[in-house]
Design a protein around this ligand. Structure first.
Ligand SMILES: [Zn+2]
Length: 218
């Protein structure tokens, strides 16, 4: 099954990401970090040379292993590359949290810190859920609109469930919120970022000199 989200969602999301990147320096004085993301570089060109550099307000990027189990999914592996990229754009751009994603075709879960996520065509009426240990995802979640929506409902839902896994509850006061139920919003609040980063710090991979301020995208 392919992602059938209409183009208007994709376009608005691109605009949303660019707005974030443009506003970031004003919002967060800090050091410059670059996205190693060719798709962001591509989408910036039609907007007249918007820089891919953002000012990074965090002392440290937290890198969290994320093993994605696709043996039961109806989608192709190729479908998941933009999904992973969008999960990382949502989390890295706002919270300095970068998921180190590994796709597998088995059910062997991580034996180290991090999260396991399974995709399946039907989740009994759920778009996704975190059961306290594992994340379960529907292949193509059904979400309500947001003014600045994510591109892909699976990416948004996965990012939302990762929020739960990082200690966040629901926040229903705006359709723009990542932690609102069943909508396309992706925004995190400062207090949510603080909680998520505190939990991410407990399970982060060790830092290397090369990855202190960037999040490689596939
Ligand atoms: Zn939820």
């Amino acid at each position: 099954m392919v992602n059938q989200m209409p183009d208007r969602f994709r376009g608005s999301s691109v605009v949303g990401m660019i707005i974030v990147m443009v506003l970031w320096p004003a919002m967060f004085p800090g050091r410059v970090v670059s996205f190693q993301d060719s798709s962001i570089a591509r989408i910036s060109k039609p907007q007249g040379g918007v820089s891919v550099a953002v000012l990074f307000p965090f002392q440290e990027v937290y890198r969290i292993p994320l093993r994605v189990h696709l043996a039961g999914s109806s989608r192709s592996l190729h479908d998941f590359i933009p999904i992973y990229n969008e999960i990382n754009r949502i989390w890295f751009s706002q919270a300095g949290i970068c998921f180190d994603v590994e796709s597998v075709m088995d059910d062997v879960d991580l034996d180290s810190d991090g999260f396991d996520m399974w995709f399946t065509p039907d989740l009994g009426g759920f778009n996704g859920y975190f059961d306290g240990e594992y994340i379960q995802m529907k292949d193509v979640p059904v979400l309500a609109p947001a003014e600045n929506p994510s591109s892909d409902p699976a990416a948004r839902t996965a990012a939302h469930e990762l929020g739960h896994a990082l200690g966040l509850g629901h926040r229903q006061d705006s359709v723009e919120n990542l932690m609102r139920s069943k909508t396309f919003g992706w925004r995190l609040y400062p207090e949510e970022i603080e909680i998520a980063r505190q939990n991410a710090a407990e399970i982060t991979l060790p830092q290397s000199a090369d990855d202190q301020d960037s999040c490689p995208i596939q």
